[in-house]
Ligand binder design. Structure first.
Ligand code: M6R
Length: 611
């Protein structure tokens, strides 16, 4: 979604802002813009629809200054157009403007707009953000920090924002409520951004701005306060991200890089947590609540998109290993359903970014109703990580590709450890845990083995590349993997793909199968294997082309399918950690062969921070 970058210091703001915008591109956007204070305070603004590259060309040799704000916009209020792109300015009262970039939604913008219109403010865009710029302008009385605080006391909704004003050429004001914003603290300079990827090249010292907090920043000072002007002291910490982790390196796309990072990522995720010698799972982030978790009456997983699919696997794992009733729900539905939260209910939020608006809101709802909340999150210090009572970080490193890959594996790996952790405190025997841990320890090298098939997968995928409708089927834990395979394919190659339980096919979707339709079965050797073979037959009889993800050495399935991708034989609860990998590669190769922009799929944002 929208990305913010702002700079105040002694260097050339333009290059820092443009480089920052490029780092934020992965979040998804449709237009971009920049505003810079030149010299003693001349405000220069440029905006354009399309890529940051276009904006960079527009700036040319001009826009020279050391204070500025910039933005990538993902349209919500108002279409994709230059007038709707940020920064927005108010030049009614000040003559030469306040410039503001914003991520979030100002919910009561319509009534504020009416009030401002009566004061002769004229609006050039259809956005809620422009209203906020005018409101700050209207309330400005020689002190930008105070004007921002006053304006934010009037608005409802979510915001991360950065504001500059030519009348105060050595000041930058930023604020946050509900949308992410991080302040990087350098030597005589500050870099403020929606996430650490745009900061880490300049400094590793940073803090996350708290909700309802405003920061007034000059080159050598920072003052943080609440919107009611109560001063607070931020906690600066070292960013855990390294620059090479967010660079593309020798890979053509971030998605491919992240697929190949999976063995290392899972190794890191397990490190220090799987104690093979003592036969234990060690999870520091939830140890304080071990008893509450082990005596939980019900566990509810929430998430969206890929995280929801991981949650569905979590549901199976908790029931199978921990033997606690579990369910899974779209966070977006959970929050509006007035969900029943009884004593003993644990709500587990799964999220890569830790900023997904629906998941965050559902978590808040669960907390208000008294649930113990646990976060399985990748981004350290993100909103969900901070809001939950306890949590387990995925530790898979930054995920830049919009199509989630290594984070999915991390989510499933962490859910598996959690189930084993709780299970051992209930009915799961030491022997069972011991053998599970030994198998888990092998998973990173087994993922590498699956990755070796990339060329075969590419070749097989090329045969179906012109088919516009695909089915993905599986049973048990292979069903959410099928859903994930379908989501990967549709989001980056724009092929219509449906995932469903294999048995459901006969209840309607079988009508779709025609000659040559690609039908992907996740058909590993597990408790439902025989049933899946019957489903494969049903598809073949109707002319469908079957592509299977199957267990190495399964000669029966090989004779029934057009193409087979192999995964090593592991215990059923661990199979999703391998079976999804060929599906990720298939989606990747399909998108590349169809000439799609894999890392910037149309209409998509990496992290959906609005409802
Ligand atoms: O950051 P989150 O894990 O909360 O994001 C949830 C979904 O938006 C995300 O998984 C989305 O579905 C991905 N594009 C899937 O590849």
């Amino acid at each position: 979604m929208c990305g913010i970058i702002a700079y105040i210091g002694r260097r050339d703001a333009k290059s820092i802002l443009i480089e920052g915008l490029k780092r934020l591109e992965y979040r998804g956007y449709d237009s971009a813009g920049v505003a810079i204070l030149e010299g003693a305070g001349d405000l220069q603004r440029a905006r354009s629809v399309g890529r940051v590259q276009g904006l960079e060309e527009l700036l040319g040799d001009g826009f020279n200054g050391s204070v500025g704000v910039a933005h990538t916009r993902w349209a919500t209020h108002g279409g994709v157009s230059e007038p709707n792109a940020h920064p927005h300015v108010d030049d009614k009262k000040l003559g030469h403007g306040i410039a503001l970039v914003h991520n979030g939604i100002i919910e009561n913008y319509a009534s504020i707009k009416q009030w401002l219109a009566k004061k002769n403010h004229v609006f050039e865009s259809e956005t809620d953000t422009e209203v906020l710029a005018h409101l700050i302008g209207e309330l400005y009385d020689g002190d930008l920090e105070k004007a921002v605080q006053a304006a934010l006391r009037e608005v409802t909704g979510a915001y991360a924002l950065a504001v500059i004003c030519p009348k105060e050429p050595d000041t930058l004001v930023v604020a946050r409520k509900g949308s992410p914003l991080m302040v990087g603290v350098g030597a005589d300079e500050y870099v403020i951004a929606s996430d650490s990827s745009a900061i880490v090249a300049h400094t590793k010292q940073a803090f996350t701005l708290e909700d309802y907090t405003v920061a007034k920043i000059t080159r050598d000072s920072i003052r943080t306060s609440t919107v009611d002007n109560v001063e607070i002291t931020p906690e600066i910490r070292e960013l855990e991200v390294d620059l090479e982790e967010i660079e593309l390196g020798s890979f053509e796309h971030y998605m491919l890089k992240e697929i190949y990072e999976q063995p290392e990522a899972i190794k890191r995720c397990f490190q220090g947590r799987l104690d093979l010698r003592d036969g234990q799972v060690r999870l520091g982030g939830i140890s304080e609540f071990a008893r509450k978790l082990a005596t939980a009456k019900r566990i509810v997983f929430i998430g969206q998109g890929t995280a929801l699919h991981a949650a569905m696997i979590g549901e199976y794992l908790i029931e199978h290993i921990a033997k606690i009733p579990a369910e899974v729900e779209f966070a977006s539905e959970f929050r509006y359903r007035n969900p029943i939260v009884e004593p003993g209910t644990v709500v587990i939020s799964i999220s890569q970014s830790g900023e997904t608006a629906d998941t965050l809101a559902a978590l808040t709802e669960a907390k208000q109703k008294g649930a113990l909340t646990v976060g399985l999150v990748n981004v350290v210090g993100s909103s969900i990580a901070r809001e939950t009572d306890a949590g387990i970080y995925l530790r898979v490193g930054p995920e830049i590709g919009v199509a989630s890959t290594k984070a999915f594996l991390g989510q499933v790996a962490v859910a598996t450890m959690l189930a084993a952790y709780i299970g051992r405190r209930r009915f799961y025997s030491q022997d069972d845990l011991g053998s599970l841990l030994n198998e888990m320890d092998r998973i990173p090298s087994l993922i590498s083995r699956v990755l070796e098939q990339s060329d075969d997968i590419k070749k097989a995928t090329s045969r179906y590349i012109n088919r516009e409708n695909w089915l993905f089927l599986g049973r048990g834990m292979n069903y959410p993997v099928a859903l994930e395979g379908a989501l990967k394919l549709k989001e980056i190659s724009y092929i219509h793909a449906e995932g469903m339980p294999a048995a459901e096919m006969k209840h309607g979707p079988i009508a779709l199968i025609d000659d040559g339709m690609p039908v992907v079965f996740v058909a590993t050797k597990n408790s439902q294997y025989e049933k899946v073979l019957s489903n494969i037959e049903e598809v073949r009889t109707r002319g469908g082309h079957v592509i299977a993800v199957a267990t190495e050495g399964d000669t029966d399935i090989q004779s029934m399918c057009e193409d087979v991708f192999w995964v090593p034989d592991v215990a059923e609860p661990l199979q999703p950690l391998l079976t999804v990998v060929p599906l990720q590669l298939m989606a990747y190769h399909a998108a590349v062969m169809r000439g799609k922009d894999v890392d910037k799929p149309r209409n998509l944002a990496k992290s959906v921070t609005v409802e």
